[in-house]
Write a protein that binds this ligand. Sequence first.
Ligand code: XIL
Length: 314
Amino acid sequence: TATLGDLAERTGRYFGSAVDNPELADTDYADLLGTEFDSTTPGNGMKWYATEPQRGVFDFTAGDEIVRYAKAHGLKLRGHTLLWHSQLPGWLTSGTWTADELRAILKNHITQVVKHYRGKVFAWDVANEIMNEDGTYRENLFYTTLGPGYIADALRWARAADPKVKLYLNDYNVEGTGAKSDAYYTLIKQLKADRVPVDGFGMQAHLALQYGFPYQMEQNIQRFADLGLDVAITELDIRMILPYDATKLAQQADWYRQVTEACLAVRRCVGITLWGYSDGHSWIPSTFPGQGAALPWDENLRRKPAYDAIRSAL
Ligand code: XIL
C-alpha cells in the first residue's frame, strides 16, 4: 500500500519528516521514517553550534550521519539552517565583533557549510526566523551588527557556494496572511527586484489548536508562489493542550487535512515536512510544557486520526 511519500510523489511533491541524530538509534522509528517518507531534514545536525563549534573549525559529523541515513533510505534532504538567532555556538554569541569581523565569520560559515553539502541537500533554509510578529526585523546578532543587508549577503554567499541548491527563507507564524507574512512578501519582492538569489519560502507551520487555524493559508501560499518562488511546509506539527481526547484528535486531523489541501492547491507548493512524525520524538512537550500530541503517530508508533486525514488529502 502506498506510503505518504508515494502519494505525494504522484503530484510531483514530497512528504517528509525531520530527524534528530539521537533518534537514529531508535531503529523502529528510523526504519518507519525511512519507508513512509521520501524526504527528511536534520532536526539539529546542521545548525551552527553543530557545524562550527569553534571559530573556523568545522564539524560535519552529525550532518553527515543524516546524509548517509537519507541516502540509505532514498530520501531527499533539506538543509537546516545556515543562519538563525538560536543554537549559535558560545564563541560566536559571547564574542564582540566589528561589522567586518562578523561579516567575514558569516560568509565563511555559509561558504564552508554549503560547499560541504553541495549535491547532498536540495534546499537550504538560508535564514531562519528573521522577522518579528509585527513584521519588523528581528534584532538578532547579525541584524544589530550588520543591518538588514545581511540577508541579501547570506543568500548571495550561499548561491556562490552552490549554484544549484534552492535557497529559502523560513519562519513560523507565516502560514496565514498577517503582518509577519506581509513583511516576508515585501522583503522577497524587493530581493527579487534586486536580483538577489532567493528560490523558496518555508512556512514552518508549528500550529496549536488553541490559537486557531492560519488565516487564508491557501491564498497566502499562492501569493508567494506568484512571486516565482517554491513554497514548502517545513516543520509541520499541530500541538494541543494535554490531556488529549477524541475531540481534539479529530480537530487535529482536520487541520492536518487542511494544511495538506492548502499545499496541494498551489502548484508551486513543493512538499510538506513534519517536525518529527511521532509524539515519542517531538520537541513540543519540553518546549511548551503541558502541550503535546502534535504528530500523526503516537508514542507507540500507532497511527492517529491525523494520519488518515493526510492520506486522504494527498
Ligand atoms: C528545535 C529542535 O527540534 C529541538 O531539538 C532543539 O532543541 C530546538 O530546535 N524552529 C526551527 C527548528 O526552525 O530548528 C526548531 O527545532 C524548532 C523551531
